[in-house]
Design a protein around this ligand. Structure first.
Ligand code: ADP
Ligand code: MG
Length: 257
């Protein structure tokens, strides 16, 4: 049965999509069956998985509105080795359309229940906001992976996310927890980054993943070829780090919680 993880951080540009597509590709590489769910109307994870967001019909939008199931809406990203439930701009409308509907924050959870035996991992790429879409991700998930840059305000930005996760845990999804914080775009030559990384470990201990994702230009170039870095250039430092991270996730799940 699939383990379901949200990749979330309410800040934009922190590496959520890069983490989601590369972790998906890394998990596929180590033999896991993966579904990636794009919950961001920008559709970056969809495009970054070699699928054209303009010809998705149906998409995750139709699934959230219960117009179809995941089985009809998912696509296989053949070059990447995983399946995708894709998104495009249409998804922005779901936010408004769902407001008046029943079970509005549980739509994704209910839809994924029907495919959970098809996968080992389901990874959800969240939009940069603590919105109803993100809430659907958090309600569906067993845990949250938080990518973060080791910058001065990093810890402060975490407070809102941690509070939201607490509230979801208390009111909507008792199984939800933070699986870990992933240091991304890391540059060890920058003293401040090293200091913030140390602070993170002091504060959060085991919740900080061992793997560190370096700043690496190949990871930034890959989306313009419509591929995760792990597929575009497997030999790049950043790609190797993501495969290592995938293995760390697999190993972590073998340990008792
Ligand atoms: P988010 O989904 O949180 O908005 P993205 O994953 O789209 O963030 O990343 C923001 C930008 O940073 C993108 O241009 C991406 O290519 C780049 N980027 C992400 N991770 C790395 C990395 N490890 N090294 C270099 N560039 C990166
Ligand atoms: Mg994104």
């Amino acid at each position: 049965m699939a383990r379901i993880f949200c990749v979330a951080n309410q800040k934009g540009g922190v590496g959520k999509t890069t983490t989601t597509v590369n972790l998906a590709a890394g998990l596929a590489k180590v033999g896991q069956r993966v579904l990636l769910v794009d919950l961001d109307p920008q559709g970056n994870a969809t495009m970054g998985s070699n699928l054209d967001k303009r010809d998705l019909d149906p998409s995750v939008y139709d699934v959230l509105l219960e117009e179809c199931g995941v089985k009809e809406a998912r696509r296989t990203a053949e070059k990447c080795g995983y399946d995708v439930l894709g998104a495009n701009r249409e998804l922005a409308g779901a936010e408004v359309e769902l407001v008046t509907q029943d079970r509005r924050e549980k739509r994704l959870k209910l839809a994924l229940a029907k495919v959970k035996n098809d996968y080992d991992f389901i990874l959800i790429d969240c939009p940069p906001a603590l919105s109803l879409l993100t809430l659907n991700g958090l309600c569906a998930a067993h845990g949250v992976i938080v990518p973060m840059q080791c910058e001065y305000f990093a810890l402060e930005g975490l407070t809102d996310l941690v509070n939201t996760i607490r509230q979801v845990h208390a009111n909507l999804n008792p199984q939800l927890k933070i699986i870990g914080l992933l240091r991304v775009m890391f540059d060890p030559r920058i003293t401040l980054q090293q200091q913030v990384s140390d602070q993170l470990k002091d504060h959060f201990g085991d919740k900080v993943f061992n793997t560190v994702i370096p700043r690496n230009v190949r990871l930034a170039e890959a989306p313009s070829y419509g591929l995760p870095g792990v597929v575009f250039d497997p030999s790049a430092k950043g790609s190797k780090a993501f495969v290592e991270f995938a293995q760390e996730m697999v190993d972590r799940l073998k340990q008792p919680a």
